[in-house]
Design a binder for this molecule. Structure first.
Ligand code: PLP
Length: 395
């Protein structure tokens, strides 16, 4: 009989020739357990998803209760389904007044697609500006605004009219003009290796968009829900986007995304043509129930408030001559090393020793440090000891 690993390699599509091939049986809190019961500390939260850790009982209960009531009923936006209504109401209540209309999708990339279409439709303009080294997802539209040619060239032609600016470079803002429908930008760049922009830059970007009638789309698919120490990362910069993109931690472990704007902007999807954006499963009732429960836990347990202290502890615990820099905000951090080769060896040793981490899509010499927000100081120290041991071993 074939093992699970053999079946995985035979029947499940692969996107590299070197998958991790780790096999987990269950996950709880910050730990994932293999079939022998060996615990691994999850230092990447399933790439920004598990902000509450794994298997939060409140979220699980909300899922079970909703499954017992109903699952899919109708394509998005037709029936009044209480999990969608309650979740949107909660999101709107914690967002600035201008972000009041929530369109739920299934994923981050779909939120990007919806937002790009909405910006074109609302402004009547076709041009889009995005950033070098950005990552917004893997579908055609999202790939068109990805700032890394290596991942795009094989899939051209992509969307026309997309220009790229350098992240955090005020001079490049001059490229935004009256023909620009939108600027799409990560509030904190993730796959670029965690880059935090200056407050002055983000304010100048907001101003330039206002002056030119360009919509500002902030992608917080990785950065929202406490990851940077604020509920939403734009709160660090004193600006509000025209369209906000959410996914990943939005669902508390279930698949869901959203693009959120004012009613005036979102209304553009209703006419000429009607049904400007359609999804069958977007805002699935079970995912909305899970997302609402996860948000309630995040707020009730005041997890955002603990993030800055945990960030400081990680930075203080990871001091070594081979570590060039730890940058980022909150628990969205990158540990920079000399080369990809060194990084990969250290990552492999960390995994062997029970700490899961990885590198970034556009920054292969940096290691991702993004644990669930519930990680305790003792668990941080333990994870950092394992990382330091690996750094030391190869230095
Ligand atoms: C900043 C950002 N935007 C968009 C996406 C795409 O989200 P999804 O994988 O859910 O399509 C990601 C995924 O990593 C992301 O980090």
């Amino acid at each position: 009989m074939l093992t699970l690993r053999q079946l995985f390699l035979a029947n499940n599509a692969q996107t590299t020739n070197f998958p991790l091939l780790l096999e987990f049986e269950r996950a709880k809190g910050i730990y994932m357990y293999n079939s022998e019961g060996k615990p691994y500390i999850d230092l990447i939260s399933g790439i920004g998803v598990s902000n509450l850790g794994h298997s939060n009982p409140y979220v699980i209960n909300a899922i079970k209760e909703q499954v017992d009531k109903y699952m899919h009923l109708m394509v998005y936006g037709e029936y009044v389904q209480s999990p969608q209504v309650r979740f949107a109401e909660k999101l709107v209540s914690i967002l600035p007044d201008s972000l009041q209309s929530v369109y739920f999708t299934n994923s981050g990339a779909e939120a990007v697609e919806g937002a790009l279409k909405l910006a074109k439709r609302y402004t009547g303009r076709a041009n889009i500006i995005a950033c070098h080294n950005s990552y917004h997802g893997s579908t055609h539209g999202a790939l068109s605004v990805m700032g890394n040619e290596e991942f795009k060239q094989a899939y051209r032609p992509l969307l026309p009219g997309v220009k790229f600016i350098h992240f955090n470079n005020a001079d490049d803002l001059n490229l935004i003009d009256e023909q620009t429908a939108c600027v799409i930008i990560e509030t904190v760049q993730g796959e670029a290796g965690i880059r935090v922009p200056d407050i002055a830059y983000m304010q100048a970007l907001r101003k330039k968009c206002d002056e030119t009638g360009t919509l500002l789309i902030l992608d917080e698919i990785q950065a929202a829900f406490g990851r940077t120490g604020k509920l939403f990362a734009f709160e660090h910069f004193g600006i509000v986007p025209d369209i906000l993109l959410l996914a990943k931690a939005l669902g508390g472990g279930m698949p869901i995304g959203a693009f959120i704007s004012s009613n005036a902007i979102m209304s553009a999807l209703k006419e000429n043509p009607i049904l400007g954006h359609i999804t069958t499963f977007g805002g699935h009732p079970v995912c909305c129930a899970a997302g609402l429960a996860a948000l309630e836990v995040l707020l009730d347990e005041k997890l955002c408030k603990q993030v800055a202290t945990k960030e400081a502890l990680i930075k203080a615990s990871l001091i070594h001559p081979a570590i060039k820099e730890i940058r980022g905000k909150g628990l969205m951090l990158a540990l920079e090393l000399e080369s990809f080769d060194l990084n990969k060896k250290i990552i492999d040793r960390c995994i062997e020793n029970g700490v899961i981490t990885d590198w970034f899509l556009h920054c292969s010499n940096a290691m991702r440090l993004a644990p669930p927000l519930i990680i305790t100081p003792d668990e941080i120290k333990k994870a950092c000891e394992i990382i330091l041991e690996a750094v030391d071993y190869y230095s």
